[in-house]
Each structure stands twice: as C-alpha cells, then as structure tokens.
Design a protein. Structure first.
Length: 201
C-alpha cells in the first residue's frame, strides 16, 4: 500500500512539473498571440496560408509562405529559408528570410528565375538590417514576380555578395494562385492599384 501511495505521489509531482511546460509550448506555437487573432492556416501545395485579424484595426491580416533549405558558399550546412507574400503598409511585398546573413544591400545582387522562364538578375530588392532578409517592394517588380509565380512550379533564388559569398535556394511554388489571392486580398498588386485577382483579363 505504501508503494502504491509513493507511486501516486511521484506521478502527481511529475504532472505538476510537466503541465506548465506543456502550456508554455502550446503558447509558443501561437505566434503573435497578443496582437492578432488565432491564426487559421490552410495548405495549398507546399504553401501555408495564414488568416488572422489585427486587434488594432480589426482588419484581415493574411499572408502566405513556403519553406525550403538554402545554401551559402561560406556556411557549411544547409539552413532554412522562407518565401512570404504579404501586405505591409497597404502595399504588396515579397519577403525572403534566411537563417544566415546574405550580404548588405550596397554590395549584393539579387536574382531569381521561375522554371525555364527568363531569369531576372540584379533586381530592385532591399536587404534589411541584420542582413538575412531581402524584400521586393517596388510595385512593378512585385507585379512581374507575382504574374510569373502564379503559373510556375519552382523558383530559384540567388544572392551574390562581395562579403557574404553566394546564397542559393529553390522553392516549390505550385498552387501559388491561392496563396497570391489570400496574401494580397487587401493590398494592390497591379500598377493601377487593383488587386490582381480582380483585374480584367
């Protein structure tokens, strides 16, 4: 009987220890929980489409992203990389994030190519402070990127930097139209300011 009571006490102590950890891990899985509503994620091929509501503006806050592994000529192992479509300040943005530094804006060249289509080199991409995130913000550049993305299967991205070597990543981007429609539903993509999905063909 004493052995049973001892085991029960140990089980209760273990539960008391593990429960806070479990709750903490659950909370960590809810990104940005205090400023947005809980995320509703949908899959579209390799894409993850997240739909939230901003608690300040009560406006929809959607984005879509796809993950892959990236290489760098100065880094030993492959690291994670993310392509994300989103609205920022009511403008469409294409964002690339890497686990390592890719170079500074002043000494780097950013290029990409979809499938066997013509590639685009040294495009208007801005590398943010920290040197591991690059964004395409120019409206014409975003429009060209999105129009090619919609009908493509793969995207190859390359960054050449004088001080951080060469970065390369290939993303699987099939079924991108659902991601495009969700991510840019509330910000313009075309030069006229009309969302891409409702533009006249």
């Amino acid at each position: 009987m004493n052995r049973v009571a001892y085991r029960l006490r140990r089980a209760a102590a273990l539960l008391a220890f593990l429960l806070p950890i479990s709750l903490w891990l659950t909370a960590c899985q809810t990104k940005d929980a205090f400023t947005t509503s809980p995320s509703r994620a949908e899959n579209a091929g390799e894409w993850k489409v997240e739909k939230q509501v901003d608690r300040i503006t009560s406006q929809p806050l959607s984005s879509a992203f796809v993950m892959t592994r990236a290489s760098n000529s100065m880094v030993d192992n492959l690291k994670s990389a993310q392509l994300q479509l989103l609205c920022f300040d009511k403008q469409p943005v294409v964002r690339f994030a890497f686990e390592f530094k890719i170079g500074a804006e002043q000494n780097s060249e950013f290029g990409y190519r979809f499938d066997d289509k013509a590639g685009h080199d040294n495009i208007a991409a801005r590398i943010l402070k920290g040197n591991n995130v690059a964004v395409i913000e120019d409206r014409a550049a975003v429009q060209r990127f999105v129009e090619e993305l919609a009908s493509s299967r793969t995207l190859f991205v390359r960054v050449r930097s004088l001080n951080m070597g060469r970065t390369a990543a290939e993303f699987k981007v099939e079924q991108a139209q659902q991601a495009i429609d969700a991510a840019y539903a509330n910000c313009p993509v075309g030069p006229s300011g009309t969302p891409r999905s409702s533009r006249a063909s």
